[in-house]
Each structure stands twice: as C-alpha cells, then as structure tokens.
Design a binder for this molecule. Structure first.
Ligand SMILES: [Zn+2]
Ligand SMILES: [Zn+2]
Length: 75
C-alpha cells in the first residue's frame, strides 16, 4: 500500500531531510546514515513489514539504504 504524500512529508520533516537508517549492514556501520534525502530519491521504510503507515512505524531512508533492507521491493 502506498504511503500518502502527507505522511511522507511529515516523515521527511521529522528526519530533518536526512536518512534515518541505522542498519549495521550498510556502509555507514552502526552510526546514523544522515545522507541528505533528495526529493523523489528516498523512501519510507516500514520498520514492521505490513505494519501501519504511521510515523512510528516508518523510517526515512535514502535509496542506497533502502536497497539494503530485507523487505526492499516488497513493502
Ligand atoms: Zn541512508
Ligand atoms: Zn543505511
């Protein structure tokens, strides 16, 4: 299910326009990614796949990080 533009906008604002990814399998290691999120080139990742489209269940991720998630292409 697609996330609404309104939710994505709020997520972008919470993230301060930077990737919120903290996955250890990314090239940024155990730190927050913090790459800037370019418009149209980032994604809202569900912390719990199939979970609700609420800010608490979403992480703003740059395209590089999103490709590293196990659920990429499925959520
Ligand atoms: Zn990132
Ligand atoms: Zn990452």
């Amino acid at each position: 299910m697609a996330i609404s533009e309104e939710t994505k906008k709020a997520l972008y604002q919470r993230a301060g326009g930077r990737c919120e990814c903290t996955m250890i399998n990314c090239d940024h290691g155990d730190r927050r990614c913090s790459r800037s999120l370019s418009v149209g080139y980032w994604d809202a990742h569900h912390r719990t796949a199939g979970g609700p489209d609420t800010l608490s269940n979403l992480t703003a991720m740059c395209a590089t990080c999103h490709k590293n998630t196990r659920t990429y292409g499925r959520s």
